[in-house]
Design a binder for this molecule. Sequence first.
Ligand SMILES: *Cc1c(COP(=O)(O)O)cnc(C)c1O
Length: 390
Amino acid sequence: MTTFREELDLLKKQGLYRTMRLVKGAQQSRVVLDGDEVIMLCSNNYLGLADHPLLKDAAIRAVEKYGVSSAASRLVSGTMELHEELETCIARFKGTEAALIFNSGYAANTGIIPALTGKGDIIFCDRLNHASIIDGCLLSRARLVRYPHNNVAALRQLLVENETDGRRFIVTDGVFSMDGDLAPLPELVALKKEFGALLMVDDAHGTGVLGTTGRGTAEHFGLLPEIDIHMGTLGKALGSFGAYAAASRDIVEYLANRARSFIFSTSLPPAVLAISIAALGLVCSREGASLRKRLSDNSAFFRSALEDAGFDIMGSETQITPVFAGDPEPVMEFSNNVLDRGVYVQGIRPPTVPAGSCRLRCTVMATHTRADLEQAVLAITEAGKEVGVI
Ligand SMILES: *Cc1c(COP(=O)(O)O)cnc(C)c1O
């Protein structure tokens, strides 16, 4: 039997070893990383809300009024007023009858999917869905059918071939977290209707960002009422922490009875709930609209500058902009060389993405200046030439 040290050495040899870097102070568009100021180009803090004064203030006031902990699962020590208030806000935001808070996106996906599906059911899952969705599918004991990324014709064929007396459940990212492209929601909605399936959309990266009022990928397509289960996270564009399912009253009530990550875990503390409530208000305000405009202008500038420089941005349509690099070795050297030029990006490797599709995952923020983005493009271009990506 090998030791864990030997396993770690093997990971290093394969270029798959992971480390963490120390960031000083708050998450912003520029941070001090291991002692040097760099442009932050890898956070999901898309609107720059992670240190917004209104959100900090909401947290402080909640601590003073409600203390610092919820002390138990809500089924044990009760729902606090802020849980109820946040769920009302989320349901209104997504236009659903009800909503249920989860402690994180990971906890939501590993709770919702096994609660709603089980033996005898079939889950149809996009190949590039987030790892937490895959884990939720594996926990469910339903049959798992993975369809080629965004391939509606292949999905339809699989729906024809895989019949069941149980439930059919289609699950997709709204914005794909490592590719920055969108799920073809109009076609998925048509298929779920044709085959009587349920459709769940994980909108971790669309919530707060897409749609004229920030309600996400479904709003972008004008399909908010057509999604059976809206899952989304509060720790990305919303600058807070946690996640939710927004759905019919029946589904939400069922999840509160059956989702194990909801039942068997201490609920989010008051400060975090208050931050999320304030963040939803902000996203729906005029300030939110102008932050979204800045983010989409910045993203469009960044994507076209990278394409002009000769990079393959893998079909990105959003603030998530991958830069294709191929294998693990060049991608890590690539990201290190970009960092040497004062720009912090992450190289993404298996198992996060399929083998052979390693990439830099660049994420643009509303709070980046044009000069930040120009410096970033220059750094990526120079480093890309060094490692032979362009
Ligand atoms: C980040 C992410 C999650 C997990 O959310 P956390 O709140 O960070 O646990 C789930 N799904 C997708 C698509 C994500 O990008």
